[in-house]
Write a protein that binds this ligand. Sequence first.
Ligand code: SF4
Length: 380
Amino acid sequence: MKLGVYIHVPFCRRKCDYCSFYSVPVDTLSPEGRAGLEAYTRTIISEASMRLPQLPGAVIDTVYFGGGTPSMLEPRQVENVLSSLRGWADVEPGAEVTIEVNPEDSGKVSAFRDAGASRAVLGIQTFDPGMHRAIGRSSSLCGDDHLDSFFSVKGIVHCADMIAGIPGQDRAGLVAGLDRLCSLGAKHLSVYLLSIEKSTPLASRMKPGPGAGEEQRALFEAVMDFLAGRGFSHYEISNFAIPGFESRHNMKYWKFMPYLGLGPGAHSFIDGRRIMNVTGAVEYACSGGFSYEEDVRGKNSAAVEYLMTGLRLLEGVSVGDMESRAGFRLTPGMLARIDSLEKRGLVAVSGTGVDMTVRLSREGIFLSDGVIYEIVEELL
Ligand code: SF4
């Protein structure tokens, strides 16, 4: 079995105002903070040593350090985690090893590469100081020095995360930022539309006005058109890559493939079972305790999830693949809904029978939540 391994690092230096993810603030300049990350790394290794032997025959072909802010780890700690994985399972030569890096850690990228990373994702979000302040991004504004130290590292695939659709964001500025990243050699760009989540500090001060949806759409269309012109394939709603540089790890989530999640809150999907480590981050680091819950799903739940993740891929989902992976065949009611969505120009359908493929149209990308919900609603 080919296996992806996700290493969750739910720590950040400070919380960003727009972030609704669970993360715990850690001061890496303090001895306590550094000791905490060291203890955390030991626990990740210990969890790997417990769980990987339960998966005989697993061959790890992707590893992803995500968070949180995984670049707060020392390269030595990343190396230790990777060598522990090799101690408990086969790791494919040429495995994709990704680490997310905040701008203030860009100077560590060459050491992360030497520790075994093959891809680094720079969390830029915006180059505009006004937008950076507006969303309350806690990490440093990405400047020339950060870009220099990130892109000057050879032998690693350079990727970046950006945010589009911030109220008042300048379209030309957003595209100029992407242009800069393309010129520097970025091979993979994730562009997320800002979502103002309830209960975040941002929600208390930023209310989307009338026309905000249209403004976001215009910004994202500018992103799509610009990146298509620079040779990027738009392969997932928020993800663009030079062909051949798509995230193999994230593909596992969208294609219902097995992965093991290590760390508190991390999900695993193995043999059709979905398991989550429910231990709190501090408890995990301090006591090394593990506690798991299985999300038991019926046949319909697997189908719902397959469609909700798979339809995010712009190649769409095929009926045959859905049958083999999720054990489900589209019902007559769902086929009627798909037919109606096609007539409204929101999905494109090709092929018949098990070769039938359904994918979002360009118009459907902007209404993806509603389109996907309309297809799966019958199963809920
Ligand atoms: S750095 Fe990332 S995970 Fe941490 S608070 Fe900011 S957005 Fe959330």
